[in-house]
Structure formats: structure tokens, C-alpha cells
Design a binder for this molecule. Sequence first.
Ligand SMILES: Cc1cc2nc3c(=O)[nH]c(=O)nc-3n(C[C@H](O)[C@H](O)[C@H](O)COP(=O)(O)OP(=O)(O)OC[C@H]3O[C@@H](n4cnc5c(N)ncnc54)[C@H](O)[C@@H]3O)c2cc1C
Ligand code: FES
Length: 390
Amino acid sequence: MSALISEPAALPTRPVSARLAAPLGPLLRSRLVGALASPHGVDRYLERFHPMWAAHDVRARIVSIHRETEGDAPVATLTLQPTSTWRGHRAGQHVLVGVEIPGVAKRYTRAFSISSAASGKGESFTLTIRAHDEGQVSSYLVRAAEAGQVIHLSQAQGEFTLVESPATPTISRSLFITGGSGITPAMSMIRTLLRDGYQRNGVAHAGRKVTFLHFARSAEDQIFAAELAAIAEADNGIDVHLRYGDQVFSEFELRRLVPDYKETDTWLCGPPGLVELVKAAYGDSTRLRMEFFKPVVARAARPGEEIEGDVAFTRSGKTVAASGASLLEQAEELGLKPEFGCRMGICFSCTRTKTAGTVRNILTGEESAVPDEEVRICVTAAAGDCHIDL
Ligand SMILES: Cc1cc2nc3c(=O)[nH]c(=O)nc-3n(C[C@H](O)[C@H](O)[C@H](O)COP(=O)(O)OP(=O)(O)OC[C@H]3O[C@@H](n4cnc5c(N)ncnc54)[C@H](O)[C@@H]3O)c2cc1C
Ligand code: FES
């Protein structure tokens, strides 16, 4: 069993208190201590003694913040040293980040893909974040956060990972198509491939070919510019194609770069416009995997269908005509401010009770009329009259 969380040995300033507590890890994770610490849990108490002590939770200290780009939507890479409760990540996965912004008495949660190569237990990793003008968490982390601060994390999650389809020999080809900050999970995969030497079953496959096609607003907005230039120059089997401004995605160009792209394992992550174009190019090919930072297709209303009914937010006494937008957006239209995190159905922080009525899952199209049902309002829309406890 691993040691209780402490600063990593490599950091010269590991506090004496952390070192003294390390052997207590198994005891602090025991059922007895869990019961004694109920209802708050042992981690609530440990955190008060030292922000990097944890028996179950994951937290991380910001080691450094590196500006990748400037401009009106700057991007920064945060290097994080997690507590030893961090189980590591597979290239392409994301984490939920919990941040307490000074002056605001609540914790915000957002999802961020990990941009560094696959990590092991307790190992440091990076997040690369674009500051959105109106964005509370991204703006804070890029513009105001400082090295030394401690943030809250989930374990790594997600299946957008470097797993090739069984039908494709690993040594053949991989294709990454990304746009804007959607480069982050692909960068984690490429860094992992370069670091681990394209190994499969312990055998390096030097003949492997990787094509990396990335779209950015401009050369100045290019994240990881110097590293991508070095990768492009090196003799490593990776072709890098960077496109800027009005050089938009076209199937014609993709076919020129990778003639058999529909039979090539492809990882796609980018803004909704790019995702729609690439999806159309792949048709029913099963080789395309996608990661979304925002929901791309709202299927709240079926084609040609009018939604009739009202959404009643019973706690606040407000009602609005069902529009097909998510219940979260409908609540925000009315000036309500429900809790949310990822706005993608991942983090569950927007979960509310639907007391009555029929709703539809925006991502899957599935309908449900079960009363007193917990729904994630960011990915749920009314399919008729419905009552939400909000
Ligand atoms: C799996 C995944 C991986 C991701 N990886 C990355 C990554 O690697 N790098 C990265 O930069 N980003 C990434 N993101 C996006 C990130 O999670 C955040 O969505 C982004 O940083 C914006 O968060 P924010 O808190 O700054 O903005 P928010 O404050 O959440 O605002 C975002 C938008 O939400 C809407 N909104 C918020 N509040 C309201 C309101 N009251 N009324 C109406 N509309 C409102 C607005 O449209 C606003 O522009 C990822 C997202 C997912 C789901
Ligand atoms: S905001 Fe994350 S699941 Fe709804």
C-alpha cells in the first residue's frame, strides 16, 4: 500500500510534517479511521493539517505556470505535482479540476485534458489551458493562479486514449486532427509515442507513420510551437501539418495527406465546426474517435419535431416554454445560476431532481418519464412539460 500523500521526494522543500505523516497512510485509509472521521471523511481533517495530505482525495500543487501564447485568449501550461493518491493517466485522458477562486465562497469544477505524456502513480503532469474572456476558471488559472497553490483533482478519466483498433496493425499509421486547445490530448499521445519509442509488446516499430494535422487561428496562437517545429524536423516518422486562419479543413487535403484516412486510426479533438467537417469526411468509418470540449450535436428535438410544453423550475417558481435547449441553458435564460462544471455530462455537478415530466438526453437522444429522477441538466432537455427541483 502506498504512503500517505506528501511532497515528492524530488522537491527539496518537502516539509518535515509531511515526511513524519507518510508511514500513517495505511492506518488513515482504514475503515476504523473512516468511521471515526464520519461524516466529513478523513481527508477533510488531513487537509487542515497540510494541503498535500490526503488518504483518498487527489490534490496537486502548481509547480510552475508557463505562458504558451499571449493575445486576447492567452494559453498557459500548468505543471502539477499531485499527491501520491494520483493513480497516473493514459495519454488522451482528462481530469476534473476543482478550484477555489479568491473572494468567491465556492469551488468551481472544470474538465481539462492532460497535455503531458502518460504519467505513473504520483508523477507530475501538465494541463494546457486557454483563458476564455468570460470564463471564470480558465481565466483565473491562466491569468491569476500562482506556483505553490494547491488545487483539487479527480483521477484521470475518459476513453479517448491511445488504443488502436484491433483491426489495425499497430505499426501502420496514426492520424491526429486537432484545432485550437483541442491539441492537448493529441499532444499527450504524441509525447507518449516519442518517449516510449512506439513500442508494442516490448518491440519498437521504427516504421510507424504518424500524421498530425492541426488548425490554429494564427501562428501567434499556436500552442507548443517550438516543440512542434522540433518534432517536424526530426527523423521520427511524424509528419506535422499546421494550418492557420482561413486554411480550413478540407477532405481534399486530408485525402492528399493520408489517402487511406478512412482506414486509419484517427483521433479528433477541436471546435464544433472542425468536428462536423471531419465527421462528414469519415462517414460511417469506425476509425474516427472524438473528444469534445463542448457538446457538438444538440439532439433535444428530433428532426422536424416541435417540442410542446413548459419547464417549471419549482424551487424558484419560474417557468419557461421548452425550447430544446438544455435545462441548464433554459434556467440561465431565466437568470437562474445553477451549479455547473463541465457542461458536458461528465462531472455530475449540475445534477438536479426532475420531479415530473419527460426529458431527453441531448447526447444520446434517449427519453425518460421516470418521476423523481436525478438528471444532469447540462445534457438534458425537456421533451414536454416537466418539473425540475431548482
Ligand atoms: C473533456 C474536456 C477536456 C477539456 N480540455 C481542455 C483543455 O485541455 N484546455 C482547455 O483550455 N479547455 C479544455 N476544456 C474546456 C474547459 O473545461 C472549460 O470549459 C473552459 O476552460 C471554459 O471554462 P471557464 O470556467 O473558463 O468558463 P465558464 O465560466 O464555464 O464559461 C464557459 C461558457 O459557459 C457559458 N456560461 C457560463 N455561465 C453562464 C451563464 N450564467 N449564463 C449563460 N451561459 C453561461 C458561456 O457560454 C461561457 O462562455 C475541456 C473540456 C472538456 C469537457
Ligand atoms: S456540468 Fe458537468 S455533468 Fe453537467
